[in-house]
Design a protein around this ligand. Structure first.
Ligand code: 4AD
Ligand code: MG
Length: 480
């Protein structure tokens, strides 16, 4: 058997010493032809492998370079140096994969996040991205754990779909037709999708919600967790063209149940990461602190990362209506002094991220759940309130991020739903299967979507969403 190694994390964490072990990993640095800092991705901490002087031939020594992959066997002994409890006194070193030190792009020095984005295939091997992606993993695991404990069924909603769940119309098309102008056409010159692979026009999903609702009308509680795609041309630090979304859908639930679940859910997964990834979060806290030092005093955040996470899990989210939010924004000095790019003049406008961030960061200084938005700025499926103007929507806004969750109670009354669909020019024939849930055993139900990368941004304290997904997709970029 080849792999009888000990994970570096386990080795460093164990209290034992004076036993033999084998470690494998990638060389971070090699000092004085004697001290190898070896990392296998299980932790940011390296094991110090000590090569006894004269024990290795010249050629092997030369091949121990930054980036090289090696296997080291030896004795785990209490460390003489500071910084680590134990080290490995090597009796044998095998080079598994060479790395030309001249050409290896990751030098043992600080690289910019922009540069690392260009070498995303190698950035996993840095401390920052090691920490980010271990935290991302832990959050994903905690999400499944949370819903599993609550008896939710994990539903795999389709990735290719003929429906546009949000009615947003910013979708990537899926077709096997040639793109050279020879695709079959109808008499009026439009593309004849009847002859395409699926016999109709299809696209990548923007949300699994509608399918989720179907399943909730059988299992009561479900959630999806999968990739979603939006072809919006948004070049921001908050938008991706391919992102992961968690969408729970609950039968027998109203807007308040929905808010309660979302808040409990967010706190649970953050707490999980705090308990299980302390080392990585401490590293990221430190990283952020250093980054903040580059900023002018008045732009620095008041709390460190860990402090912010503690605060979020230990305090209630603020809950206010859209109407109350508009009043706060309109009356704010920020608005009066015309500091918003989009001034708030009246009820009914959609909130821009500058407004969301003002509410969260300046006014309440905590996460905010905004409810009951004007129906005209929200999707067709949201439940209409009795005032005739608003819907039972909720958005959760997080400090430093803005919108992290979007959701609502759903319109379960068939007549109200179809009337609204007609008003919004959503074709009812194409969504006949969706309307069936309202025909056969409808019930009050609600759900929400959490943008996974926005959550990872929040928890890791990173500032660009492109740094919290392994291989980001955004306008003009689909490398790797
Ligand atoms: O608010 P959205 O568009 O809501 C829905 O898709 C609903 N169907 C959810 C539901 O009720 N089941 O998207 C939900 C969340 C947003 O709050 C945001 O966190 C994230 O998805 N999101 C994005 N994340 C990264 N890049 C993008 N382009 C995103 N668009 C939305
Ligand atoms: Mg939204």
């Amino acid at each position: 058997m080849f792999n009888t190694r000990t994970r570096i994390k386990d080795l460093l964490n164990s209290e034992k010493a004076n036993y033999s072990a084998t470690v494998m990993g990638w060389v971070r640095t090699f000092r004085n032809n004697q001290f190898i800092a070896l990392n296998d991705g299980s932790t940011n901490n390296n094991i110090q492998v000590v090569v006894e002087l004269g024990s290795l031939d010249e050629n092997t020594l030369k091949r121990i370079t930054t980036g090289a992959c090696i296997k080291a066997t030896g004795e785990v002994i209490p460390s003489l140096g500071k910084g680590q409890k134990v080290e490995l006194k090597a009796t044998g070193i095998e080079i598994l994969g060479d790395s030309d030190a001249e050409k290896f792009p990751l030098q043992p020095k600080k690289h910019s996040l922009e540069f690392l984005r260009e070498i995303a295939h190698l950035r996993f091997r840095t401390n920052t991205f090691g920490a980010i992606f271990r935290v991302r993993h832990a959050l994903a695991f905690a999400i499944h754990e949370f819903f599993n404990k609550k008896g939710f069924v994990y539903l795999h909603s389709p990735i290719i779909t003929a429906s546009d769940a949000e009615g947003a119309g910013e979708m990537f098309k899926v077709t096997t037709f040639p793109l050279d102008g020879t695709a079959p056409k109808n008499d009026d010159g439009s593309i004849n999708f009847k002859e395409d692979f699926f016999g109709r026009s299809t696209n990548l999903t923007v949300s699994g919600q509608l399918e989720g609702e179907l399943a909730a009308m059988a299992f009561s509680d479900i959630y999806t967790f999968g990739p979603t795609f939006r072809a919006e041309n948004s070049n921001t630090t908050r938008h991706l063209a391919e992102f992961w979304m968690i969408e729970p859908e609950m039968a027998f639930s109203d807007l308040e149940d929905n808010m309660n679940l979302a808040e409990e859910f967010i706190k649970y997964i953050i707490r999980y990461a705090m308990e299980n990834n302390r080392e990585d979060l401490e590293f990221l806290t430190q990283r952020l602190e250093e980054e903040e030092k580059q900023k002018p005093q008045n732009e620095r955040s008041e709390m460190g990362l860990m402090e912010k996470l503690e605060f979020v899990v230990n305090n209630n989210f603020e809950r206010i209506t859209y109407t109350e939010a508009i009043d706060i924004l309109r009356e704010s000095n920020h608005n009066k002094k015309k500091k918003f790019q989009y001034l708030i003049e009246g009820w009914g406008v959609d909130l821009q991220s500058e407004h969301e961030r003002y509410l969260v960061e300046k006014h309440f200084k905590k996460p905010v759940i905004l409810t009951n938005y004007p129906k005209d700025i929200k999707a067709f499926y949201m439940r209409q309130n009795d005032d005739g103007k608003t819907v039972a929507a909720m958005d959760i806004l997080a400090p430093g991020i803005g919108e992290i969750v979007g959701g609502s109670q759903r319109e379960e009354r068939l007549d109200k739903l179809t009337t609204r669909m007609n008003e919004m020019h959503i074709p009812t024939e194409e969504l006949d299967w969706y309307l069936d849930t309202r025909r056969f055993g409808a019930c009050p139900h609600a759900g929400f979507g959490l943008g996974f990368e926005r959550l990872v941004l929040f928890v890791t304290g990173m500032t660009n969403i492109r740094d919290v997904i392994p291989f980001p997709r955004y306008p003009k970029s689909a490398a790797f």
